[in-house]
Design a protein around this ligand. Structure first.
Ligand code: 5GP
Length: 114
């Protein structure tokens, strides 16, 4: 089932897009939890981490990591450090069932997360 992220991909609703390839889109989170909070998504609809098909989608997953590294550099947090997070399912607080990688940085991030 399509989510709000499909509408962002299709430019039906606006987003602050920071990076795009044929397969991946990245945009700023509407409710940022850090000075840099960007969501990296595949353009195809994969609801959550447990739906990822390996090896078929291995390259796509690699593209998401590559996007994270490129954006971290763009945002000048590649040296200071950043966190990548996939929330998967209800206990992890996943709200949008279109796979997304959170890229967080620009402040000290505590551990363990909430
Ligand atoms: P989740 O809790 O599913 O891992 O994260 C979903 C994220 O999507 C949240 O951090 C939330 O703020 C963000 N989000 C939800 N709706 C929108 C939207 O319409 N635009 C943008 N840019 N971010 C959104």
């Amino acid at each position: 089932m399509s989510t709000i992220f499909s509408k962002i991909i299709n430019r039906e609703i606006p987003a602050d897009i920071v990076y795009e390839t044929d397969n991946v889109l990245a945009f700023r989170d509407i409710n940022p939890q850090a000075p840099v909070h960007i969501l990296i998504i595949p353009k195809i609809e994969i609801p959550k981490v447990t739906d990822i098909k390996i090896p078929e989608q291995s390259i796509l997953m690699g593209e998401m990591i590559d996007a994270a590294n490129i954006i971290a550099k763009q945002e000048n947090i590649d040296e200071t450090g950043f966190r990548l997070v996939f929330n998967c399912g209800g206990d992890a607080g996943q709200d949008v069932y279109h796979l997304h990688l959170h890229l967080l940085g620009g402040r000290i991030l505590t551990w363990p997360p909430g």
